[in-house]
Design a protein around this ligand. Structure first.
Ligand code: PLP
Length: 450
């Protein structure tokens, strides 16, 4: 049968693999094939529209038809679409974007390295650390500390950093990637333990881990300010204030993985600003281009930038980079995205909408099967439980969050099931009316499932 005689769904199923997708849902319900978008809405091949409370994948913060971003892309495609980012050359757009990124970063100076994704940025960071530690005569300083439930990507190294059990199917993590306790007080706190006690326990665990492993074997501690794909988990009160001094004392760099939090999601430019800590480097992607180009960046603060520069000078080369690193079109889009987010009201809108967002989450959390709502800025989650008092989760095979998300899709709302939670991370351009629509549709779905 010629392809165009089949349905879009059949064609999608025949020739494409889905990643991170619940196959029973696809089998039972088919898929949605999307053709275009308007503001926070996307449209499918059947002409149905969906309010995307997932911002694509946290990234389409300026919506799906931002004219300024499309024009910035077109202008650069017309002017110079090609590679010339490094290997002895660099495009003017890349030069300007690095200047801009350092200007908006928390660092007084530093350097940027470009990748095509957040996963590659995390891999690049690890290679940078391994490279400079070897150059400094510390080849044993290789271990990477992250947390259970953290998400840092899907390449071999960034999967190893990710603290999700599903990576066991690949035989990961690699040795030397250690996962500390997820700082989620509601779920991980022990009976009778206050939040302050819990945070102190997280700090003690870090101290104990460093003592056990040896500080001189640890290359970095990498953390998302708010865990995103772990189910939107803000850290317990005082968490970063408790761990940062420990890491400093042991000379272990603290890296902020801002792939989700960066560029406004938490209500400040960086999640580390929201949580009041000062990282040694930032990993960025997603809102970096407002989702209009695949790009990631490692932004090194002064200390790591200098150490890497010295290591590079010792062998006169940093033997790493991707074909499209610092692509001029991606850089032109990113420059525009930063302008749009910071100067054209998107960040202001995140701040303005946050109280309404929190109130909506809190209201839906009154449902007897929602154990907790949590969030920061415009990222939030509702966690489903079988028993609210005991916080007993549903059996994971029942996939309650999957059923809620599927029911939402039926009502024209896209939101993400993550573990037992439903995650909402709306685009920054959302209006109050669209936010109300989002919560109304989610409430309808919750009432249908529970
Ligand atoms: N780091 C964090 C915090 C993320 O949320 C993600 C993706 O969601 C990544 C890294 C990986 O980014 P990418 O999917 O662009 O490889």
């Amino acid at each position: 049968m010629p392809d165009d005689a089949k349905t879009w769904e059949a064609r999608a199923a025949a020739h494409s693999f889905y990643g991170f997708t619940d196959l029973p849902s696809i089998r039972d319900r088919g898929t949605v094939v999307v053709t275009h978008g308007e503001g926070p809405y996307v449209f499918d091949t059947n002409g149905r529209n969906y309010l995307d409370a997932n911002s694509g994948l946290w990234n389409m913060v300026a919506g799906f038809d931002h004219k300024g971003l499309a024009e910035a892309a077109k202008a650069q495609y017309d002017r110079f679409p090609g590679y010339h980012a490094f290997f002895g050359r660099m495009s003017d757009q890349t030069v300007m974007l690095s200047e801009k990124l350092i200007e908006v970063s928390p660092f007084e100076r530093g350097k940027v390295f470009y990748t095509n994704s957040g996963s590659e940025a995390n891999d690049t960071l690890v290679k940078m650390l391994w490279f400079l530690n070897r150059a400094e005569g510390n080849p044993q300083r290789t271990k990477i500390l992250t947390r259970k439930n953290a998400y840092h990507g899907v390449t071999v190294v960034s999967s190893s950093m990710t603290g999700k059990p599903y990576n066991e199917v690949f035989g990961l993590p690699l040795p030397g990637f250690l996962h500390l306790t997820c700082p989620h007080y509601w779920r991980e706190g022990q009976a009778g333990e206050t939040e302050a006690d819990f945070t102190a326990r997280m700090a003690r665990e870090l101290e104990d881990t460093i003592a056990r492993e040896g500080a001189d074997t640890i290359a970095a501690f990498v953390a998302e300010p708010v865990m995103g794909a772990g189910g939107v988990i803000p850290p317990s009160e005082g968490y970063f204030q408790a761990i940062q001094p420990i890491l400093r004392r042991h000379g272990i760099p603290l890296i902020s993985d801002e792939v989700i939090c960066g560029f406004g999601r938490t209500g400040q430019v960086w999640g580390c600003d929201t949580y009041g800590f000062r990282p040694d480097a930032i990993i960025s992607s997603k809102a970096l281009t407002a989702g209009y180009f695949p790009m990631g960046a490692v932004i090194l603060g002064p200390t790591l930038a200098d150490r890497l520069q010295n290591a590079v000078e010792a062998i006169e080369e940093f033997p790493h980079g991707f074909t499209a690193s610092g692509h001029p079109v991606g850089c032109a889009i990113s420059l525009k995205a930063i302008e749009v987010i910071l100067n054209e009201g998107l960040l202001d809108n995140v701040r303005a909408l946050t109280p309404r967002f929190e109130a909506g989450l809190a209201r839906l959390a009154e449902n007897p099967n929602i154990g907790e709502w949590r969030g920061r800025g415009l990222m939030g989650a509702l966690e489903a439980v079988k028993d609210k008092d005991t916080k007993t989760p549903f059996d994971s095979h029942l996939s309650v969050s999957e059923r809620i998300a599927n029911t939402c899709t039926d009502h024209g709302l896209i939101c993400r099931p993550l573990g037992q939670s439903i995650v909402l991370c709306p685009p920054f351009i959302m209006t109050e009316g669209q936010m109300d629509e989002m919560f109304e549709k989610l409430e309808t779905a919750l009432n249908q499932v529970f």
